[in-house]
Unconditional design. Sequence first.
Length: 463
Amino acid sequence: MEDFDLLNFVIQATYFIAALLFILGLKQMGSPMTARRGIVWAGVGMVMATLITYFHHEINHNYIWMTIAIGIGGAIAYVSGKKVAMTDMPQMIALYNGMGGGAAAAIAAVILLKQDEMPMTIQALAVIGAMIGTVAFSGSLVAYAKLQGLMRGVIRFPMQQFFNALVFVVALTIGLAIILNGTEYSMTLLAVFFVLALAFGVMVTVPIGGADMPVVISLFNALTGLAVGFEGYVLSNPAMMIAGIVVGSAGTLLTQLMAKAMNRPISNVLFSNFGDADGGEAEAVNGSMKEIDATDVAVMMAFAEKVVIIPGYGMAVAQAQHKVWEMTKQLQERGATVKFAIHPVAGRMPGHMNVLLAEAGVPYDIIYDLDEINEEFPTTDVVLVIGANDVVNPAARTDPNSPIYGMPILNADYAKNVIVVKRGKGTGFSGIENHLFFADNTRMLYGDGQDVANDLVTSLKEL
Ligand code: NAP
């Protein structure tokens, strides 16, 4: 019998347990009730995988570099994670995601730089992982810059997609040359390959508008997972392989879900601006917007049996969630049934509203998804739309020429009374007029989300 390598067994077993923790953690992240626990489990898996790597025979001589890198990365992540505002979360995810792609690309670079003999399949996987990781890295950094306001507008020029495709094909051809040449390729070729992959990531992201970035980030996230999975295979590291596959598939599903909830194919997000779509004239809006004040709204809600609150991007901007929850408790004390209705793409990132409401302490059992709540609107006395716009625009149901036609919406217009809280006549993300605001059963309560929620709390107290 061959010698039993105990250390190797422990290392592989630890990687396996870490991978299991990633999967179980992700499963728990599927519900807000268990999400925190899921994050802790996945985090424990990551710490285990990182620590056991110190004992890996191939990297023994790199202790100092590893410790410095972990120290710097850990400190930056801890401080930024503590400080980040909820509304800045998408760009933070973009940055972290970019780092993941960059790390996968760096691993590939180290493997390829060594120019060791390796089977062609492994060399091919290293090159493909390098390409995907590098594109995800530079693309995510552009996404970060756009969301952080460091880069404004979109950059477009004639034949842009042809030019992008050309860069991609040249990078792929060089990658193929590296694979076919075994250990004989030149370092210049490898450098050109990485530069082109970096450029491609930047070039595909700059023409996309900032508001579409969450979908793009989710796509890059899937790519990062794929790159990590490939490099895990190259390194024969099961934790990396499984983590990569899990992130790759979760990212792909999330990207599809977001695109579906916006009723746009992913190709439309990547290759055309929102609203560039074909189609004729959008339907003219009939009627006028009718204003109401906070005292009247408070009276209306105080005597309602059932109130549904629809939060949107504006609630996030105004950070009104705490005041909205205070108001909800007042209504509940008066005997009203209050429910929150969440559209899958309300706000600017998946789960945006759920996170804000959870932060304010709203219990999960009064928060409903689109499918669960939509049939309840006809029996709802008052719908309070706070900082939401596109997700309640009936044009998505009725106007085939509207850019959002076909997007599933919350049918707020079916309720007996609709109150819309917003600052003025500003449009939402789609830039189109909302027919709901002009409907007979709708009243507009103008003001910043937090100020209005505060006024409603005060008015309810005085009743
Ligand atoms: P929205 O359509 O973007 O509308 C937000 C509304 O909030 C605006 O009409 C604005 O009107 C109002 N507002 C802004 N600041 C406010 C403040 N301080 N107080 C009160 N109101 C304020 O938002 P949504 O209904 O949540 O829809 C989300 C949109 O983003 C959808 O079109 C979706 O497709 C898109 N999107 C979402 C995601 C995602 O993952 N969630 C990703 C990409 C794109 P005023 O300026 O008049 O106040």
